[in-house]
Design a protein around this ligand. Structure first.
Ligand SMILES: [Zn+2]
Length: 340
């Protein structure tokens, strides 16, 4: 969030509104209202949802009122709440569009939680108090955060716990190695196909590819013989220019896409948070279908900053349980979710 949360307003959602109703109000606000709104959403173990308005004002007073609400709710000691989420909107008509230079031209960019959001989540002293209390009482309640962007997508996130740090680092190292070996394997399949492809494509297509690569500073004017390895290293340029199916046959396309995803992930992982956010907004604005590599990469960038992040696209939101949160995995955790 570029401007801080000074102007955040309480979302007008009935305390007992359904998950769907509350979320749709927030999505509507993110798509059309110029101001950010915030709300706290709580899920009971019975799966009922409750909405609590946050106070207007600065970040501190917002957090404090949330914690008081939480204490109030916990007063009965029955431990019947399971999820607790601070949500705010990143409106389409705010500074985000401007931040990526698009200003409402073209689709609204998908913009992940800001650097400030990350700092707030990590620096929230109530959150660490909560974690200590939770550990002491072995509660299964979880507390996380949500940002609803201008396309109605939800970004769930939470600070990583200190004990998760070494695990995350080891996982990042493993992933770096995996990327390299997966790339090498795919390259072995792709290179011969590419050389054939270069022989077989019509002069028009070859010219188009050369023109694109050269235009992006990837090719010297005489470099066509050396193009195969070069294209291999820049396959996602073909994808981001939308000329992939003019260059690859159907059998190559799948391998090329997998290779392009690895390249994207590799590039994202090396970016600082701010650059990764802007690049993601830019990439998501160009391609309707989000590339997996970009998403894996951006999760890694946030993990490096101490935050676990997960994007739920608007069209997938209601096929998940309410407040599924950053740790939910749609493919593998359906069963676990149903037996908390
Ligand atoms: Zn924000």
């Amino acid at each position: 969030m570029a401007s801080g949360h000074k102007d955040i307003r309480a979302a007008e959602i009935e305390r007992r509104a359904s998950w769907k109703h509350g979320i749709e109000k927030l999505q509507e606000s993110a798509r059309t209202a110029p101001r950010e709104v915030g709300v706290t959403c709580i899920r009971e173990k019975s799966a009922n949802i409750q909405w609590f308005p946050v106070a207007t004002g600065n970040e501190t007073s917002v957090r404090r009122s949330v914690f008081e609400e939480y204490n109030y709710l916990r007063g009965d000691k029955e431990d019947h709440f399971s999820r607790f989420c601070d949500i705010h909107t990143h409106p389409a008509r705010s500074s985000f569009g401007i931040a990526v230079g698009s200003r409402l031209q073209g689709p609204v960019p998908i913009f992940p939680p800001s650097g400030l959001d990350v700092e707030n989540a990590r620096g929230n002293r109530y959150h660490s108090e909560f974690e200590r209390m939770r550990a002491g009482k072995s509660l299964s309640l979880s507390w996380f955060y949500g940002v609803i962007d201008g396309r109605g997508n939800v970004w769930y996130f939470r600070p990583l716990m200190p004990e998760e740090g070494p695990h995350e680092e080891a996982r990042a190292d493993r992933r770096e190695k995996e990327i390299q070996s997966e790339k090498a394997q795919l390259a072995q399949q792709l290179l011969p196909l590419l050389r054939d492809g270069l022989k077989n494509v019509s002069p028009g297509v070859r010219e188009l590819v050369e023109w694109n690569l050269r235009g992006l500073g990837m090719l010297s004017p005489s470099g066509s013989k050396e193009m195969a390895p070069l294209i291999l290293e820049n396959i996602n340029i073909l994808f981001s220019n939308g000329i992939e199916d003019r260059f690859f046959g159907p059998q190559q396309l799948e391998v090329a896409r997998a290779y392009g995803d690895l390249l994207l992930e590799e590039q994202y992982r090396r970016l600082p948070l701010n650059d990764a956010q802007k690049r993601f907004a830019y990439d998501s604005n160009r391609s309707e279908k989000l590339r997996d590599g970009a998403l894996r990469g951006i999760y890694a960038v946030y993990a490096k900053r101490g935050v676990k992040l997960r994007l739920v696209l608007a069209e997938e939101l209601f096929s998940e349980p309410p407040l599924a949160g950053p740790d939910y995995s749609p493919r593998t955790e359906k069963v676990r979710e149903e037996n908390p």
